[in-house]
Design a protein around this ligand. Structure first.
Ligand code: PGA
Length: 239
């Protein structure tokens, strides 16, 4: 695990460089994207680099981590909508090659087919991750088995509370989501974990320096051979 600590602006630039380098070498790479506040700086950098002709996503295929159950892609809090707004519409990716789990079809077969589609595309080169205050990656809440593939999950109260800032009220926050599993994430060839802000400091310490345990889903990354962690000074404060 390599750990980089800098300002939010600099870690966004450093992570963006990883994509520029990868796509220079492998223009048709498969990328795993994430939603949330944390990747917004990186997505802004990628949009600018693409506009400047320094990187192209024309031949990229992407798979997102997760989606809320019950929201279709036109809902402004769906993760499909988030990705279209914050990244896909700002880079030259072919929208037909972007994949987000379905929030409407939650069958186990459809979920499992998501892992198969990733595999058929050649596997994810870089899986981007944020981290929840409870250590979730994707929507894999504490105690999710490390062997899990894409599946339906019930969101914990702490996750719904953390995400209610985007909705009018807690009642509107979906209770369930479909998420790549821990094994799906671990199958990626490399992982970039990003965290910003003091609220993430304790869980970052547990993730990096604590035991590898299903109680802290992100701690599984200690077992992955190719992980880069990008932290701002506040998120790194407890290390
Ligand atoms: P955030 O969410 O980037 O909005 O903090 C991260 C997460 O819950 O995985």
């Amino acid at each position: 695990m390599k750990i980089y600590i800098d300002t939010p602006e600099n870690i966004a630039k450093m992570a963006a460089k990883r994509y520029v380098d990868l796509l220079a070498e492998k223009p048709d790479a498969v990328l795993g994207f994430a939603t949330g506040s944390t990747p917004l700086g990186l997505y802004g950098e990628l949009a600018q680099l693409c506009a400047d002709g320094k990187v192209s996503f024309k031949n990229v295929t992407s798979f997102n981590l997760d989606e809320y159950v019950g929201l279709d892609g036109t809902h402004d809090q769906s993760y499909r909508y988030f990705m279209n707004e914050n990244l896909f519409s700002k880079i030259d990716i072919d929208i037909a090659n972007t994949n987000v789990p379905s929030g409407l079809d939650t069958s186990a077969e459809t979920a499992a087919a998501y892992d198969k589609a990733i595999e058929a595309a050649g596997g994810i080169e870089i899986q981007l991750l944020g981290i929840g205050n409870n250590g979730h990656i994707g929507f894999n809440e504490p105690e999710t088995p490390f062997g899990s593939i894409t599946h339906l999950v019930e969101l914990t109260d702490s996750t719904r509370q953390a995400n209610k800032r985007f909705f009018n009220s807690i009642e509107e926050v979906p209770t369930h989501a479909v998420t790549m599993g821990i094994k799906t994430v671990m199958n990626a060839k490399s992982v970039i974990l990003m965290a910003i802000g003091s609220a993430k400091a304790d869980i970052i310490k547990a993730t990096i320096q604590g035991d590898v345990t299903e109680s802290v889903p992100a701690s599984v990354l200690q077992l992955h051979p190719n992980v880069e962690v990008y932290l701002d000074f506040e998120a790194a404060a407890a290390l």
